[in-house]
Ligand binder design. Structure first.
Ligand code: SF4
Length: 239
């Protein structure tokens, strides 16, 4: 999806009657209450290309399997040039613990090939010269790289105040009514990055993922024991 299409979808959703149901005060209250019941997390800043590859490995798998694939990759190759020069099929076999190895190895290798061709070396240092929208548009122009993956690079590797929207955050935002009922993940990304104060974006991202795993699960949200139950209209959650 291009930035133009993204903007158009967002414009329609934001002008839908009743679609904007949130304010900064509510977001701050949600963040405070979730922080009271979850352990604090430490931000680990990685190199942008490392973060991009790690996030590609994390797609459609558990954290444990993602990191097994990541550790295997890092143990086998000293740098990204070595990954690019590996014999056919070797990278796929190496990252197999992370799942979807054929697809993910193809995405990684095509990304490395394009960076080598365009920049002369496999690195994403040039992202620092781009603003958030430019960096997301650039990253999503790589085959197999979506908005969530691009946003993770900005959030975790570049210290940009961006909330990556994964399946947990999308689901919780819908249930909290902070985005319209039919908002896509891309629209949710855009809306959250407008209504959440910049200094809370990283923290809220981490807290919402934890909340989605422990309490506001996809199939059986534990609403009676939810720390933010009083702030939640439970949109789309059956009684
Ligand atoms: S009240 Fe229920 S639906 Fe709302 S955030 Fe909590 S667990 Fe999720």
């Amino acid at each position: 999806m291009t930035i133009a299409v993204w903007d158009e979808e967002r414009r329609k959703l934001m002008t839908h009657p009743g679609s904007r149901q949130n304010d900064e005060e509510r977001i701050r209250a949600i963040t405070t209450r979730l922080a009271e019941v979850q352990p604090a997390s430490r931000k680990v800043r990685r190199d942008p290309l490392d973060e991009l590859v790690l996030t590609i490995l994390s797609q459609s798998t558990s954290d444990a399997n993602c990191y097994r694939g990541w550790e295997a990759l890092r143990a086998r190759y000293p740098d990204w040039d070595a990954v690019f020069a590996a014999p056919d099929g070797e990278l796929e076999a190496t990252i197999r613990p992370a799942g979807l190895a054929k697809q993910k190895s193809g995405t990684i290798l095509s990304t490395l090939a394009r960076l080598r061709e365009e920049r002369g070396r496999p690195a994403l240092d040039h992202l620092e010269t781009m603003d958030d929208a430019e960096a997301i548009e650039y990253l999503t122009s790589f085959k197999g790289v979506g908005f969530k993956t691009a946003a993770c690079v900005l959030c975790f590797a570049m210290d940009r105040d961006v909330i990556p929207v994964d399946t947990h955050i999308h689901r919780i935002a819908l249930r909290l009514g902070v985005v319209p009922e039919k908002a896509s993940a891309v629209s949710t990304h855009e809306i959250l990055n407008e209504i959440v104060p910049p200094e809370l974006r990283y923290e809220l991202h981490v807290l919402m993922i934890g909340h989605g795993r422990r309490t506001c699960t996809a199939r059986s949200p534990r609403c009676p024991e939810c720390a933010i139950g009083e702030l939640c209209p439970r949109v789309g959650v059956p009684d």
